[in-house]
Each structure stands twice: as C-alpha cells, then as structure tokens.
Design a protein around this ligand. Sequence first.
Ligand SMILES: *Cc1c(COP(=O)(O)O)cnc(C)c1O
Length: 354
Amino acid sequence: MLPLEVMELAAEQLTNYNGCGMSVMEMSHRSKEFEEILHSAESNLREIMNIPDNYKVLFLQGGATLQFSMVPINLLRNSKKADYIVTGAWAKKAAEEAAKFGEIRVVASSEESNFTYIPEVKREDFTTDADYVHITLNNTIYGTRYPYIPDTGTVPLVGDLSSCILSDEVDVSKFGLIYAGAQKNIGPAGVLIVIIREDLIGFAGKDTPIYLDYAIHAKNDSMYNTPPTFGIYMAGEIFKRIKATGGVSALETINRQKAKKLYDYIDGSSLYSCPVAERDRSLMNVVFVTGAEALDKKFTSEAKAAGLHNLGGHRSIGGMRASIYNAMPMEGVDALIAFMKKFETENKGSMGEK
Ligand SMILES: *Cc1c(COP(=O)(O)O)cnc(C)c1O
C-alpha cells in the first residue's frame, strides 16, 4: 500500500505540477522544478533517517538486484574477500552474485531450517581482512528480521533494507552502505536508494561500466544520467508525509502495535501458526500457515474474494504472508484478523488444525 493522501496529491498534480504547466513526467530532469524535487527528497530522507553528513544518498535504478553486483564491484577493494550471512533467497542471490567478483564466504546460514530464524553471529566469526560483511536486515519472503545489528568491528557492514527501510529507527552509522528498492516500503517501483559512507566511494576498477560506479553518481548528485524522476517525486512526497506525521519513530510505534496484534492472534488461535522464531519476527512481513496446503490455498482465495488482497505466501514457500508495510493502517490488520477468525470458525475440525 501507499498512503492514499500521497496518491491523491499525485493525481491532483499529475498534469500540472505546482502550477508549472506540466507533469513531473514531462519535465526535464535538469529543470529547476525537478532539481528542487530531488534536493528536497534527499534532505527529507536525511532528516527522517538521521543520516550523518559523511554519507552520500544516491537515487539509482536497477533495483536491489543491481546492488547485488554493484556492492562487490565497488567494495571488494583490498583483500577481495567478503562475508555474507544467508538468511533467505535474496541474501543467497546477493552472495551468489558477489562470488563472481571475489572470494565470498557464507559465515552463517539458516537455510537448513527454511530460513525461519536469524543466526547469531559474533565479531570473531567474521573474516578479519574482509572488505565488507553483507546482511539482509528484513527477509521479505520468510518474515524474519535481525533483532540486532551484527558487530563487524572495523569491517564495513552492508545492509539490504529493501523491505524494512523507514519501518523502524535504524542507526545508519552502524552501516558502511545501505541499499533499498523503493517498491516495498517507500513508493512505486523504479527507484533504488543507496546510502554510502564517503570513504567507501571511489574503489571501482577502471573497467567498471560507468553506471555501476558509485563515484560517478556521488559526484553528480544522482544526475549523471536521467534519474527515475516520477518515482523520486513520489518517494519525496512520502518522506514529507513521514516527517509531518511524527517521523520514523511514530511509524515504528504503530508498526509494532500492528505486528503484535497479528502475531498475538496467530499464536493464540487453534488453526494458524507462525513458523518464525519469536525474537526474529518481522514487523513488515507476517508469515503464517494453517498446516495444510489445501486449506492455505482456500484461505488465500476466500480472503481475496472478501477484499483482502496479496495474502498468498511467496511462490517459493507457499502458506500466507501479510505484508503490513508502513501505509497499512491498523484497520487493515483488524480486517484481516476478523476474516481469519471467521475462516477459523468455518473450518473447525478440518485437517489443518494445529
Ligand atoms: C524485493 C527484494 C529484493 C529484490 O528487489 P528488486 O528491486 O526486484 O531487485 C532484494 N532484497 C530484498 C530484501 C527484497 O525484499
């Protein structure tokens, strides 16, 4: 979901942005209007995430997937070694891509238990001369989230925050680099945000394709080539709204209440269960099952008919997943729980009971 107010504002401004006579989709990215959109998006993001001054904020394209390549291309700068913690399919893809460019070690993985928990990792577990350590902070498909930020000592920590950025307060200074695709918790698809500590910029090799070099984007303030203008405009309006409604801490409070209500209901029900270890549960993606595949399918299709969309689990694991991103109000969670109760009553005594 995106906030309705922001979509209505975008609709109102669609053909005539702020009285300038044209749409954001029509204006030059070098126009005064668009430069102002980009600068205010950046400064508002800096403010709501409390991004320190020695970090650059880049608005790029190619999604999180392109970062699976750009991170090793730019950050494997000394030993050409990096450590990855594999907590899901995205983390695994990131590690596999990085292995094309250097010596990649998987220091911990929860694959043996279908990624239902976050491994405990200590500073001693990391390769001492690694160029960086990569984690996926929230695992979208499996509904897990790190309950702690790993201590990597002086080795820069890289975080894929695609599905949890702006959902709760994160200390940016604990990371060397953060990346996040916009389409989960910010705005429409097409924008990818990189927050990178300045001392990590400038290490891409001479043969690096120019778009893949962070230094080019940093030097040109995300305007080396045409950035995804409409997506940046939408993201910027979301940032403004977050700032005006109490910031990330206010969102975190609501997100915790939303998630707690749903997990409490699941844990107390006689039909549904959540396979994720309690302390590692995601605030954004709540995964649950009935215990019977056929009943899960029935749940998802009846939910859809009742107006509750996108509740099917990821195609790789099945079951159900409620993605309760920032813009999902408490009423959405209440509606889901009401439906779950009704479905539970109607299907009492079926094979799915736990
Ligand atoms: C969705 C997702 C990705 C992939 O994002 P794209 O923008 O489609 O490349 C990567 N990492 C995480 C954690 C995700 O949730």
